[in-house]
Ligand binder design. Structure first.
Ligand code: FAD
Length: 403
């Protein structure tokens, strides 16, 4: 291994391996400790590493950057596996007229954003909340963002993979050397293979094509507040119609606690045991000026098109009693403030603080995938609230509609 990648890029000493431990392990981080890490810099080096690993039946755990914090970090799921860390592979190429980039595993959202800015390409990327992650790693994990390109796997086109045998596979039109449509058209003859390498570890992905959004002429951020728990049903049903007819792209909804938890602590509203009583929730919403539900999305395109979409949005949501709507609009070139940056694909590393219980905050997410049907969701929400409350917790709830 040392001959293949160079002595300094094979790590086995405990101090060098510390960054590969899961920093937020719910159990003991040692239960998932790797025996070492290898950092190849090219496809050829990866092929060499795989050949040796195969000969010695050495399990490998691939990470692009290993910043999958709160989902295991860089730690392998099998104790003693070696981490194949691809952070040294950081090439980016892009074609502005065709609105795509091809990235290697070590490229973060921040890197891609800076690349596009430095080149002055009029293209927006779609990023996750924290910009530290790998564009490729996040796409393989079916990650999501907040612009119309928020379904990352859906906007990936063309993939290069090193298989366990050491063979290099290029999906779609990449099978033909130098085919310029590789990052533009997903299909070729026969089955589409890209999905096989997402959330699977069936191969080491070394490159993907990513579609980028042409910088819109106009961009509006729409935010709404609905006052009552039951408002979620018409909110979802109204949103569904506008999502399906193409008026609204990716949208997010948060309940009162998700909105409040970043700005206040529970003890400011209630110091008893168990979940907040309804009276305390009412007081919190009143004094913080928030709704029971908050809905947020961006509208993008030519100014006149955005105005038409906005009119349709206002008309549709005004049918829900008591709904309050605010709109912030930006022309091409305007500075976008931090609170709207992810909706404009501007990555950051400033995370929302979560301090609900006081001290170092944390939350555990148990996301469900459900159809966008208001009455069914309200029933589910109430059943989940009962479960959380029975365990003494307040219900922290967020919804994302991406695909
Ligand atoms: C507070 C917080 C907010 C977050 N918000 C979001 C969000 O808004 N949207 C979102 O999508 N995520 C979000 N995340 C999750 C996380 O930030 C991203 O998923 C991040 O991109 C993962 O880190 P990474 O890119 O370094 O992936 P890695 O850790 O490198 O990879 C993740 C996994 O993908 C596989 N993999 C990676 N690279 C390869 C490869 N080259 N070949 C084969 N398999 C590979 C491996 O199984 C690996 O374990 C959030 C996390 C936190 C803590």
């Amino acid at each position: 291994m040392r001959i293949v990648v160079g002595d300094e890029w094979v790590m086995t000493a405990a101090d060098k391996l510390a960054s590969y431990a899961d920093p937020y392990s719910p159990g003991l981080a040692e239960d998932y400790a790797p025996s070492g890490a290898i950092l190849p810099a090219s496809v050829e080096e990866i092929r060499g590493v795989l050949g040796i690993a195969n000969r010695h039946t050495l399990p490998l755990w691939t990470v692009s950057l290993g910043r999958n914090y709160a989902y295991g970090g860089a730690a392998p799921c099998l104790k003693g596996a070696m981490v194949l860390d691809l952070k040294r592979m950081t090439k980016i190429e892009a074609e502005p007229s065709l609105a795509y980039a091809i990235v290697e595993p070590g490229v973060t959202y921040l890197d891609l954003y800076k690349f596009l800015q430095d080149k002055k390409y009029p293209l927006w990327l779609d990023c996750t909340d924290p910009g530290w992650g790998s564009v490729l790693g996040n796409t393989l994990e079916h990650g999501i963002g907040y612009t119309p390109y928020g379904d990352h796997a859906g906007h990936q086109c063309g993939m290069e993979v090193v298989l366990a045998s050491g063979e290099v596979l290029r999906t779609g039109l990449g099978a033909m050397d130098g085919n310029p449509a590789w990052p533009l058209y997903k299909y070729a003859y026969g089955p589409t293979l890209d999905g096989l390498f997402m959330q699977s570890n069936f191969g080491v992905v070394t490159k993907i094509g990513v579609w980028l959004m042409p910088e819109p002429e106009f961009f509006s951020v729409v935010e709404m507040m609905a006052r009552r728990e039951e408002d979620i049903a018409p909110l979802i049903d109204t949103l569904r119609v506008l999502r399906l007819d193409g008026t609204v792209p990716t949208a997010t909804i948060a309940n009162w606690m998700r909105i409040a938890a970043g700005n206040t602590t529970r003890s400011e509203w209630y110091d008893g045991k168990g979940p907040l009583p309804q009276s305390a929730v009412e007081r919190l919403m009143q004094e913080m000026g928030i709704g029971y539900w908050g809905l947020r999305f961006g509208l993008y395109g030519r100014e006149r098109v955005v105005a038409q979409k906005l009119a349709a949005v206002e008309e549709a949501f005004s049918r829900i009693d008591g709904i309050e709507m605010t709109v912030a609009s930006y022309k091409r070139g305007d500075a976008i403030p931090p609170e709207h940056s992810t909706l404009a694909g501007i990555p950051s590393v400033d995370l929302m603080p979560l301090n609900w219980l006081g001290g170092a905050g944390a939350h555990i997410e148990c996301p469900l995938v459900v159809p966008m049907q208001g009455a069914e969701f309200l029933d589910l929400y109430r059943r989940r609230t009962e479960l959380f409350n029975a365990a003494g917790f307040d219900h922290y709830c967020g919804l994302t509609s991406t695909t």
